[in-house]
Design a protein around this ligand. Sequence first.
Ligand SMILES: Nc1nc2c(ncn2[C@@H]2O[C@H](COP(=O)(O)OP(=O)(O)O)[C@@H](O)[C@H]2O)c(=O)[nH]1
Ligand SMILES: [Mg+2]
Length: 245
Amino acid sequence: MTVNEQTKSSLEKNSNMQLLSLLAAVLVIFITLVLFTLWRRRRSIGRSILLTGLSDSGKTLIYARLMHSTFVRTYTSVKENVGDMSAGKSSLRIVDIPGDERLRSKYFDKHKTSAKGLVYVIDSVTIQKEIRDVAEYLYNLLSDVQRNVPVLILCNKQDQTMAKGCAVIRTMLEKELNLLRMTKTSQLEGTDASSTNVFLGKQGKDFELSHLDSQIDFAESYAFNKDPQASADIRELNKWLHKIA
Ligand SMILES: Nc1nc2c(ncn2[C@@H]2O[C@H](COP(=O)(O)OP(=O)(O)O)[C@@H](O)[C@H]2O)c(=O)[nH]1
Ligand SMILES: [Mg+2]
């Protein structure tokens, strides 16, 4: 090998090395970008589970059960309660949104962008009397929450003998939501379209929860409180939380 050839081959080696390190650098940048966007997306999807529903449906008691599995009496309902729980490998942030009409939209707006799931708690004893309010709040939530956020309709207070089962409640709700949609859409024709008057479901068909983009599940529970040691039953809720976590 002449001196000339030697320098040539070492030059080639050198440029090969340079190319390799360039490739490695590009690869590192690419992987970082991919990881960063994945992380961003995870963050924007959020990990909050919003506990919603009318006042007195049992949200705060359920929140306390999820947090400590025992009864806690001192939670307020003028501000949201926020706490973390683990579900399998992931950690969920449980947000108990006050049910009071003047407060709920403020706290819902604050947390809706980080919602991973929505739990709508219903008092299964008073549902018949309150069906109008129960359906209206649910309609507003469903119009407002991001598409594809899974929803659990939790028929609470099943320890009471007068409690309606979730199959009955589903039928009652769909009927009422159908009526509500009719009044809302006729309002829509009269005034200009406001964000609260979103059409939910399929045009020309009776309202069905299964027509919505979000997966909607039903479950029963009780968070009975007379005796702190008395068993609550939030197993179906826990199962759902693990499913969507
Ligand atoms: N019998 C019975 N009472 C309940 C149950 N869950 C809540 N309550 C009662 O319903 C009332 C409202 O509960 P709370 O958790 O403050 O409801 P929130 O307003 O939705 O937060 C309280 O008196 C609770 O003791 C339940 O599963 N069964
Ligand atoms: Mg409360």
